[in-house]
Design a protein around this ligand. Structure first.
Ligand code: IPE
Ligand code: IPE
Ligand code: MG
Length: 290
């Protein structure tokens, strides 16, 4: 049997002993972000630097999606949101858009088994009905197939933009006001959030952008109000689990203040260290202490 071993390619994305050690260290050192959003940028430049077509860069990025999804699940991240295609990306050359759509289908087919077996629930945000019919069919098929899973919610932002979502929310809210279901005085942060396509997701704790640009490019505009932002020069096709660990290490060194002073935050941490949400912890401590 051993002589056949060389015929089987080892899976390079499996959790190694080193991974387990790093993941345990990260969980022991600080908080693992509950929701991580990633702006997967730089596929085109990655390819062009290598004399390849932009499409080859998009193709190469699929391996990063696989590795990061696995690592996120192993780390206990509960929500991973990947910005895969923006509303503005429709304006790219038709051939590139078509290739991105076919790669999306390929990825859904290839990752289905793994998602089903590993507790990954697929979700999507964005204007799904703008996607080609066959993409919609595969996407919603995969979402249905994984709907009972609860270890990691993997949300693909497709034909998505933060402004699109906010405009859509405002239209729906206006309709509900016209129907008398909501009155203008009821509108607050919570109500606005409930109309967004991200209503069921907590706000992202950490937003990672690959390939160096210092902008959000219309990603999770409402939800990112207090997200920590981490930008790396590494292009998406080169971004792997070790880069995710670096981002989380950096996140764990930040002091999230949510508009309060550093002292208030420290006090809150001492009083109720066990409460599950960081902001909740601060707000509770302040209302108790004052
Ligand atoms: C990210 O890579 C993928 C999508 C936006 C669909 P890009 O295609 O934007 O790559 P760059 O930024 O041009 O290098
Ligand atoms: C952001 O990348 C959108 C996605 C990663 C899907 P872009 O490449 O479209 O953003 P800009 O044009 O550099 O701002
Ligand atoms: Mg780009």
């Amino acid at each position: 049997m051993a002589s056949f071993r060389h015929l089987f390619k080892p899976d390079p994305y499996l959790q190694s002993e080193d991974d387990k050690r790093v993941q345990t260290d990260l969980s022991g050192t600080g908080q693992i972000p509950s929701h991580v959003g990633i702006i997967m940028d730089g596929n085109g430049r990655w390819a062009e630097e290598r004399g390849l077509t932009r499409g080859a860069g998009h193709q190469a990025g699929i391996a990063s999606v696989r590795d990061i999804t696995r690592a996120a699940r192993e780390l206990g991240i509960k929500y991973l949101t990947l910005y895969a295609f923006s509303t503005e990306n429709w304006r790219r050359p038709r051939k590139e858009v078509a290739l991105l759509m076919s790669l999306l289908r390929k990825m859904l087919h290839e990752e289905m088994k793994e998602m089903r077996e590993n507790g990954v629930r697929l979700n999507t945000i964005g204007q799904s009905n703008a996607l080609p019919k066959e993409v919609q069919r595969d996407l919603f098929g995969a979402i249905d197939d994984t709907s009972d899973n609860d270890r990691l919610t993997l949300t693909l932002a497709l034909s998505y933009s933060g402004r699109w979502d906010l405009v859509r929310a405002m239209q729906m809210m206006a309709l509900d006001i016209r129907r008398g279901k909501v009155s203008p005085e009821d509108i607050d942060d919570r109500l606005v959030k409930s109309y967004l396509t991200t209503a069921e997701l907590p706000d992202p704790d950490l937003i990672i952008r690959t390939s160096g640009e210092l902008r959000l490019s219309n990603f999770l505009l409402w939800e990112s109000a207090y997200s920590e932002i981490y930008v790396t020069k590494t292009a998406w096709p080169d971004f792997r689990r070790d880069d995710l660990y670096d981002a989380i290490r950096d996140f764990q060194r930040r002091e999230r203040r949510f508009g309060l002073t550093g002292n208030q935050v420290k006090k809150a941490e001492e009083i109720t260290p066990q409460q599950e949400s960081y902001i909740q912890r601060i707000v509770n401590a302040l209302t108790k202490g004052n």
